[in-house]
Design a protein around this ligand. Structure first.
Ligand SMILES: [Zn+2]
Length: 78
């Protein structure tokens, strides 16, 4: 949860995955301060919030319609 402070002086708890901008019950939308937990990174990284860990390789398919097949390019005369 993120603590959000509004310009009206009220504060509220907002989910980290909230899909919309926070609105105070009194109608105020201007946010003046926020407080959230520290980030956490896991993997091949270092730093104060990092948990260095060897990760297994993952298969990612980004081509629409399945994996692409490589073909030999025909030589051209120029
Ligand atoms: Zn308010």
């Amino acid at each position: 949860m993120i603590t959000v402070g509004f310009a009206c002086g009220h504060s509220a708890q907002v989910k980290e995955t909230a899909a919309s901008a926070p609105v105070c019950p009194c109608g105020e939308t201007q946010v003046t301060r926020t407080q959230a937990r520290a980030p956490r990174f896991v993997g091949t990284c270092t730093g104060p919030y990092a948990e260095t860990k060897a990760l297994e390789p993952g298969v990612v398919n980004v081509a629409a319609g399945g994996p692409l097949t490589l073909t030999q390019e025909k030589p051209s005369c120029r």
